[in-house]
Design a protein around this ligand. Structure first.
Ligand code: SIN
Length: 333
């Protein structure tokens, strides 16, 4: 009987003193799970970036962080993913800069046509004070920007030949859900349809839309060119990404993990931008070969100036919404 009481006493003491500690230790050992959702294929700058982020995070924070990457919209479309971040269904994403309209007016600056002449100007703006402030512009709405990633400049494909802005009149074009991009085409007499990215290929194949605008790597990896007869190399706007998380998730991370992830992202961003340049070249070559060079319209400097003049009034239309100082800061870089 004495033995039983002794056992009961030891068990009670263990429950009171040690069990919570053991529980805490177990909980402490659980790695933090980061689900990273995006819409493009793995063989793109963003697809490669997400995989490299996973590799470096799991190597450097082994046992403390696990990253699961969901490419190709298998988990969320861009239209859903920002809400997914806010509800903690997913912890990281990298939507195109044209997808943040409901969360920040200023980020629309990246959609303005012919504002950025090349990637160097984009990078100078992104690393300026104004550009860095845009990463924080969604904090009041619970979203935190962590880094910018490149894809490339946008070109336009369609089922008829386009050389001048006037050639767009009457076409129905798939665009990203951006008010700036919609206004840009409306001003030229074209209509727009904001299909989610994972529906664009089918939309073009079924003739639901006549054309679309995108970066070379997206056109090639989604095979848009297989359903389009012509392409015009306007390079009229920048298609890039903001890597985002939720303020709640980010602020809840232990400080050393947050710093390590931020450092990893800085390294991954350099690599993504290097891949973007390489993909812009190789995807362009592959698409031109597949479509045939006579289907690709390259613009002379004079022709490009005509496009620029036709689209530039959009800057005025949106400068107050975006912020005159933001537009000027980008234009002056
Ligand atoms: C992306 O590059 O993430 C998608 C762009 C698009 O919706 O066209």
């Amino acid at each position: 009987m004495k033995e039983v009481r002794k056992f009961a006493l030891i068990f009670t003491l263990w429950s009171i003193l040690l069990a919570p500690v053991a529980g805490l230790m177990a909980a402490g050992q659980e790695p933090i799970k980061i689900r990273f959702s995006h819409v493009v294929s793995e063989n793109t700058p963003k697809g490669q970036g997400a995989l490299l982020f996973k590799k470096l995070a799991e190597e450097r924070l082994a046992g403390r962080v696990e990253v699961e990457v969901f490419p190709n919209s298998i988990r969320f479309t861009d239209e859903q993913v920002l809400l997914g971040l806010l509800f903690d269904d997913v912890q990281m994403a990298a939507p195109s800069l044209a997808k943040f309209r409901s969360f920040s007016d200023s980020i629309q600056v990246f959609d303005l046509p012919f504002l950025f002449n090349d990637l160097e100007q984009v990078h100078r703006f992104q690393s300026s004070e104004t550009g860095r402030n845009l990463l924080d512009s969604m904090i009041p709405r619970g979203i935190k920007g962590l880094s910018y990633w490149d894809n490339g400049m946008r070109v336009i494909s369609a089922n008829r030949s386009i050389r001048t802005p006037a050639d767009l009149a009457g076409l129905l074009l798939r665009i990203e859900p951006s008010a700036v991009i919609a206004a840009q085409y409306k001003s030229l007499g074209a209509n727009t349809f904001a299909l989610p990215f994972n529906r664009v290929s089918d939309g073009l194949r079924l003739g639901l839309v006549d054309g679309q605008e995108n970066s070379w790597s997206n056109i090639q990896s989604q095979r848009f060119h297989e359903f389009q007869d012509y392409l015009v190399e306007t390079n009229h706007s920048f298609q890039g990404y903001m890597v985002v998380t939720s303020v709640k998730f980010w602020d809840g991370l232990p400080a050393d993990i947050r710093e390590a992830l931020q450092q990893i992202l800085a390294e991954v961003s350099v690599e993504v931008n290097r891949i973007a340049v390489e993909k812009q070249r190789s995807s362009r070559e592959a698409v031109i070969t597949a479509m045939g060079p006579d289907r690709i319209v390259s613009l002379s400097d004079e022709e490009r100036a005509v496009w620029r003049q036709a689209m530039q009034p959009i800057w005025k239309e949106f400068e107050h919404q975006i912020g005159v100082e933001v537009v000027n800061a980008a234009a002056e870089e």
